[in-house]
Design a protein around this ligand. Structure first.
Ligand code: 5RP
Length: 223
Protein backbone atom coordinates (compact mmCIF):
# COMPACT_ATOMS: atom_id res chain seq x y z
CA UNK A 1 0.00 0.00 0.00
CA UNK A 2 1.24 3.48 -0.86
CA UNK A 3 1.84 5.90 2.03
CA UNK A 4 -0.73 8.63 2.63
CA UNK A 5 0.17 11.96 1.02
CA UNK A 6 -1.52 15.30 1.70
CA UNK A 7 -0.76 17.71 -1.13
CA UNK A 8 -2.06 21.25 -0.54
CA UNK A 9 -2.99 23.01 -3.78
CA UNK A 10 -1.25 26.38 -3.84
CA UNK A 11 -4.08 27.62 -6.07
CA UNK A 12 -5.72 28.71 -2.80
CA UNK A 13 -2.55 30.16 -1.23
CA UNK A 14 -1.83 33.87 -0.93
CA UNK A 15 0.24 34.45 -4.09
CA UNK A 16 1.66 37.69 -2.70
CA UNK A 17 3.49 35.58 -0.07
CA UNK A 18 3.84 32.28 -1.92
CA UNK A 19 7.25 31.15 -0.57
CA UNK A 20 6.15 31.76 3.01
CA UNK A 21 2.80 30.03 2.41
CA UNK A 22 4.55 26.93 1.05
CA UNK A 23 7.04 26.91 3.96
CA UNK A 24 4.16 27.18 6.43
CA UNK A 25 2.07 24.42 4.92
CA UNK A 26 5.06 22.06 4.78
CA UNK A 27 5.94 22.86 8.41
CA UNK A 28 2.29 22.13 9.22
CA UNK A 29 2.67 18.53 8.00
CA UNK A 30 1.97 18.63 4.26
CA UNK A 31 3.87 16.01 2.25
CA UNK A 32 3.84 17.47 -1.28
CA UNK A 33 3.15 20.80 -2.94
CA UNK A 34 0.37 20.58 -5.55
CA UNK A 35 1.06 23.08 -8.35
CA UNK A 36 -1.93 23.88 -10.61
CA UNK A 37 -1.02 25.16 -14.07
CA UNK A 38 -3.92 26.68 -16.05
CA UNK A 39 -3.66 28.25 -19.49
CA UNK A 40 -6.99 30.01 -20.16
CA UNK A 41 -7.39 27.62 -23.12
CA UNK A 42 -7.76 24.04 -21.88
CA UNK A 43 -9.41 25.47 -18.75
CA UNK A 44 -11.01 28.91 -18.25
CA UNK A 45 -8.44 30.27 -15.81
CA UNK A 46 -4.81 31.40 -15.90
CA UNK A 47 -2.28 30.67 -13.16
CA UNK A 48 1.43 29.97 -12.88
CA UNK A 49 4.22 28.45 -14.95
CA UNK A 50 7.75 27.00 -14.70
CA UNK A 51 9.29 30.28 -13.45
CA UNK A 52 7.23 30.05 -10.26
CA UNK A 53 8.21 26.39 -9.79
CA UNK A 54 11.87 27.35 -10.18
CA UNK A 55 11.42 30.25 -7.75
CA UNK A 56 10.03 27.87 -5.11
CA UNK A 57 13.06 25.59 -5.54
CA UNK A 58 15.43 28.59 -5.26
CA UNK A 59 13.50 29.68 -2.16
CA UNK A 60 14.53 26.33 -0.62
CA UNK A 61 11.51 24.08 -1.11
CA UNK A 62 12.76 20.47 -1.17
CA UNK A 63 9.40 18.64 -0.90
CA UNK A 64 8.04 16.94 -4.02
CA UNK A 65 6.35 19.43 -6.38
CA UNK A 66 3.34 17.76 -7.98
CA UNK A 67 2.62 19.67 -11.20
CA UNK A 68 -0.92 19.36 -12.58
CA UNK A 69 -0.92 20.63 -16.16
CA UNK A 70 -4.28 21.98 -17.30
CA UNK A 71 -2.77 23.17 -20.58
CA UNK A 72 -3.06 22.34 -24.26
CA UNK A 73 -0.75 21.46 -25.92
CA UNK A 74 1.16 19.58 -23.22
CA UNK A 75 4.49 18.41 -24.65
CA UNK A 76 6.31 21.69 -25.20
CA UNK A 77 5.97 22.76 -21.54
CA UNK A 78 7.15 19.42 -20.05
CA UNK A 79 10.95 20.00 -20.39
CA UNK A 80 10.55 23.49 -18.91
CA UNK A 81 8.85 22.13 -15.81
CA UNK A 82 11.41 19.34 -15.48
CA UNK A 83 14.23 21.93 -15.56
CA UNK A 84 12.31 24.10 -13.09
CA UNK A 85 12.32 21.32 -10.48
CA UNK A 86 9.00 19.50 -10.90
CA UNK A 87 8.97 16.05 -9.29
CA UNK A 88 5.77 14.71 -10.87
CA UNK A 89 3.98 15.99 -13.96
CA UNK A 90 0.37 15.05 -14.68
CA UNK A 91 -1.68 15.94 -17.74
CA UNK A 92 -5.15 15.45 -19.22
CA UNK A 93 -5.52 12.91 -22.07
CA UNK A 94 -7.89 15.30 -23.87
CA UNK A 95 -5.02 17.81 -24.11
CA UNK A 96 -2.46 15.47 -25.74
CA UNK A 97 -2.73 13.99 -29.23
CA UNK A 98 -0.39 11.13 -28.23
CA UNK A 99 -0.89 10.15 -24.59
CA UNK A 100 1.70 7.36 -24.54
CA UNK A 101 4.29 9.66 -26.13
CA UNK A 102 3.65 12.39 -23.53
CA UNK A 103 4.03 9.87 -20.68
CA UNK A 104 7.38 8.76 -22.10
CA UNK A 105 8.47 12.39 -22.56
CA UNK A 106 7.75 13.17 -18.90
CA UNK A 107 9.72 10.12 -17.75
CA UNK A 108 12.63 10.87 -20.11
CA UNK A 109 12.71 14.37 -18.58
CA UNK A 110 13.42 12.78 -15.19
CA UNK A 111 9.96 13.26 -13.63
CA UNK A 112 7.24 10.86 -12.55
CA UNK A 113 4.23 10.77 -14.86
CA UNK A 114 0.54 11.07 -14.05
CA UNK A 115 -2.67 11.01 -16.10
CA UNK A 116 -5.66 13.10 -14.98
CA UNK A 117 -9.28 12.05 -15.50
CA UNK A 118 -11.98 14.73 -15.49
CA UNK A 119 -15.29 13.85 -13.82
CA UNK A 120 -16.79 12.72 -17.15
CA UNK A 121 -13.66 11.05 -18.57
CA UNK A 122 -14.19 7.24 -18.65
CA UNK A 123 -11.71 5.03 -16.78
CA UNK A 124 -11.07 3.10 -20.03
CA UNK A 125 -8.68 5.90 -21.03
CA UNK A 126 -6.25 4.14 -18.67
CA UNK A 127 -6.27 0.96 -20.77
CA UNK A 128 -2.90 0.38 -22.44
CA UNK A 129 -1.16 3.16 -20.48
CA UNK A 130 -1.84 2.45 -16.78
CA UNK A 131 1.27 0.35 -16.26
CA UNK A 132 3.48 3.17 -17.60
CA UNK A 133 2.12 5.64 -15.04
CA UNK A 134 3.38 6.58 -11.58
CA UNK A 135 0.10 8.25 -10.64
CA UNK A 136 -3.55 8.50 -11.65
CA UNK A 137 -5.27 11.73 -10.65
CA UNK A 138 -9.06 11.68 -10.51
CA UNK A 139 -10.74 15.09 -10.62
CA UNK A 140 -13.70 15.32 -8.27
CA UNK A 141 -14.56 18.78 -9.65
CA UNK A 142 -14.36 20.14 -13.17
CA UNK A 143 -10.87 21.64 -13.50
CA UNK A 144 -10.28 25.37 -13.50
CA UNK A 145 -11.15 26.69 -10.06
CA UNK A 146 -10.61 25.96 -6.38
CA UNK A 147 -13.40 25.99 -3.83
CA UNK A 148 -15.91 23.80 -5.73
CA UNK A 149 -17.98 20.98 -4.20
CA UNK A 150 -16.88 17.34 -4.39
CA UNK A 151 -18.79 15.45 -7.13
CA UNK A 152 -20.08 12.25 -5.42
CA UNK A 153 -19.69 10.00 -8.50
CA UNK A 154 -15.92 10.32 -7.98
CA UNK A 155 -16.21 7.75 -5.16
CA UNK A 156 -17.38 5.00 -7.52
CA UNK A 157 -14.68 5.98 -9.98
CA UNK A 158 -12.05 5.77 -7.24
CA UNK A 159 -13.19 2.23 -6.42
CA UNK A 160 -12.96 1.22 -10.09
CA UNK A 161 -9.48 2.70 -10.58
CA UNK A 162 -8.30 1.24 -7.24
CA UNK A 163 -9.25 -2.18 -8.62
CA UNK A 164 -7.40 -1.54 -11.88
CA UNK A 165 -4.25 -0.42 -10.02
CA UNK A 166 -4.35 -3.38 -7.62
CA UNK A 167 -4.78 -5.82 -10.50
CA UNK A 168 -1.80 -4.25 -12.29
CA UNK A 169 0.46 -5.10 -9.33
CA UNK A 170 2.33 -1.81 -9.89
CA UNK A 171 3.12 0.88 -7.31
CA UNK A 172 0.88 3.52 -8.86
CA UNK A 173 -0.51 6.32 -6.69
CA UNK A 174 -4.22 7.18 -6.79
CA UNK A 175 -4.71 10.89 -6.24
CA UNK A 176 -7.96 12.81 -5.80
CA UNK A 177 -8.42 16.53 -6.40
CA UNK A 178 -11.37 18.82 -5.82
CA UNK A 179 -13.59 19.52 -2.84
CA UNK A 180 -11.52 17.40 -0.45
CA UNK A 181 -12.20 18.41 3.18
CA UNK A 182 -11.51 17.02 6.66
CA UNK A 183 -15.14 15.87 6.85
CA UNK A 184 -15.24 13.86 3.57
CA UNK A 185 -11.65 12.59 3.34
CA UNK A 186 -12.39 9.34 5.22
CA UNK A 187 -14.98 8.30 2.60
CA UNK A 188 -12.53 9.26 -0.16
CA UNK A 189 -9.75 7.20 1.42
CA UNK A 190 -12.10 4.24 1.95
CA UNK A 191 -12.90 4.36 -1.79
CA UNK A 192 -9.20 3.87 -2.58
CA UNK A 193 -7.33 7.19 -2.74
CA UNK A 194 -3.88 7.40 -1.14
CA UNK A 195 -2.89 10.92 -2.27
CA UNK A 196 -5.14 13.86 -1.39
CA UNK A 197 -5.06 17.34 -2.94
CA UNK A 198 -6.80 20.01 -0.88
CA UNK A 199 -6.67 23.73 -1.61
CA UNK A 200 -9.36 25.82 0.03
CA UNK A 201 -9.84 23.40 2.95
CA UNK A 202 -6.23 24.01 4.02
CA UNK A 203 -5.35 27.53 2.90
CA UNK A 204 -8.67 29.03 4.05
CA UNK A 205 -8.27 27.46 7.49
CA UNK A 206 -6.87 29.56 10.37
CA UNK A 207 -4.51 26.73 11.45
CA UNK A 208 -2.92 24.67 8.64
CA UNK A 209 -1.43 22.11 11.08
CA UNK A 210 -4.81 21.49 12.69
CA UNK A 211 -6.63 20.75 9.42
CA UNK A 212 -3.79 18.61 8.03
CA UNK A 213 -3.67 16.60 11.30
CA UNK A 214 -7.46 16.11 11.13
CA UNK A 215 -7.18 14.92 7.52
CA UNK A 216 -4.34 12.49 8.32
CA UNK A 217 -6.21 11.10 11.34
CA UNK A 218 -9.38 10.59 9.30
CA UNK A 219 -7.43 8.76 6.58
CA UNK A 220 -5.54 6.64 9.13
CA UNK A 221 -8.90 5.52 10.50
CA UNK A 222 -9.79 3.78 7.24
CA UNK A 223 -6.47 2.79 5.60
O1 5RP B 1 -7.07 21.42 -9.81
C1 5RP B 1 -7.78 22.15 -9.17
C2 5RP B 1 -8.84 22.89 -9.85
O2 5RP B 1 -8.75 22.64 -11.20
C3 5RP B 1 -7.53 22.34 -7.69
O3 5RP B 1 -6.37 21.64 -7.30
C4 5RP B 1 -8.63 21.84 -6.84
O4 5RP B 1 -9.88 22.29 -7.21
C5 5RP B 1 -8.32 22.06 -5.37
O5 5RP B 1 -9.08 23.05 -4.81
P1 5RP B 1 -10.15 22.76 -3.68
O6 5RP B 1 -9.52 21.81 -2.70
O7 5RP B 1 -10.41 24.11 -3.12
O8 5RP B 1 -11.33 22.14 -4.37
Amino acid sequence: MQSTVIAPSILSANFARLGEEVDNVLKAGADWVHFDVMDNHYVPNLTIGPMVCEALRKHGVTAPIDVHLMVEPVDRIVPDFAKAGASLISFHPEASAHVHRTVQLIKASGCQAGLVLNPATPVEVLDYVLEDLDLVLLMSVNPGFGGQSFIPSALDKLRRVRGMIDRSGKAIRLEIDGGVKADNIADIAAAGADTFVAGSAIFNAPDYADVIAKMKAAVAGVR
